[in-house]
Ligand binder design. Structure first.
Ligand code: B16
Ligand code: MG
Length: 215
């Protein structure tokens, strides 16, 4: 097992905090309003995917065509509902093992960053008490191409001042694992990506002790 990486770049939704349920509920409100069939299976395809690309996936099942202006308004409507939902987040919403692993990395002198597709990353980090924790944050506001494009992780590594080969990416989305690999980084899949065949390591969550062996 390769050891002594210098940094860990964490995906946000599904890795540090479970905002995926808030995304699902907000998209569900929009889909119901528009009479578009939408379920948790479709929702799985939205992991790590940008807001507008998520909307396009949902609209695959729509009975009518929407104009670009209507699409922007629909995405804004979803985001408004989502923003209300994330206001209810607290530090107790951190996923299992997150607080302990972050403390361990700090003690080991490792650098830590966030690499998320979400444009709401700043507010979410504030709500879960991690807004002053990371050395770098790269999010949906920093990028033009969403996962599986490597852009968000390359921006995070650049902000850390480290080459890709020194970074590990932790992701819950298959698209995120592909993005990490395309960035030339070692990948750890957790949650849904704990089953991703192309991930270098597959774990249940950050409480898995095997994670600590990488540092
Ligand atoms: P927003 P991640 C992603 O976060 C979510 O998994 C995905 O469902 C969402 O559409 C995307 O952020 C954009 O989020 O609408 O808040 O900009 O997994 O990359 O941390
Ligand atoms: Mg995610």
């Amino acid at each position: 097992m390769i050891q002594n990486y210098d940094a860990v770049i964490f995906d946000l939704d599904g890795v540090l905090v479970s905002t995926d349920e808030c995304h699902y509920q907000a998209w569900k409100c929009l889909a119901d309003r528009e009479n578009i069939p939408f379920d948790r299976k479709v929702n799985e395809r939205l992991r790590g995917v940008s807001r507008m690309e998520s909307l396009e996936i949902i609209l695959e099942r729509a009975a009518k065509q929407y104009t670009p202006t209507e699409k922007v308004r629909m995405a804004e409507y979803k985001n408004q509902i989502y923003r209300e939902k994330i206001e209810g987040l607290t530090p107790s919403d951190l996923l299992p093992g997150v607080a302990l692993f972050l403390r361990y990395l700090r003690e080991q002198g490792k650098r830590i960053a966030v690499g998320s597709s979400s444009k709401n990353t700043g507010r979410i980090l504030e709500k879960i008490g991690l807004d002053k924790t990371f050395d770098a944050v790269a999010d949906g506001n920093d990028i033009t191409k969403s996962k599986p494009d490597p852009e968000v992780f390359l921006v995070a590594a650049k902000k850390l001042g480290l080459p890709s080969a020194r970074c590990i990416v932790v992701e819950d989305a298959f698209s995120g694992i592909e993005a990490g690999k395309a960035a030339g980084m070692t990948t750890v899949g957790v949650g849904s990506a704990g089953q991703c065949p192309s991930a270098d390591y597959r774990l249940v969550d950050l409480a898995d002790e095997r994670l600590y062996q990488l540092f």
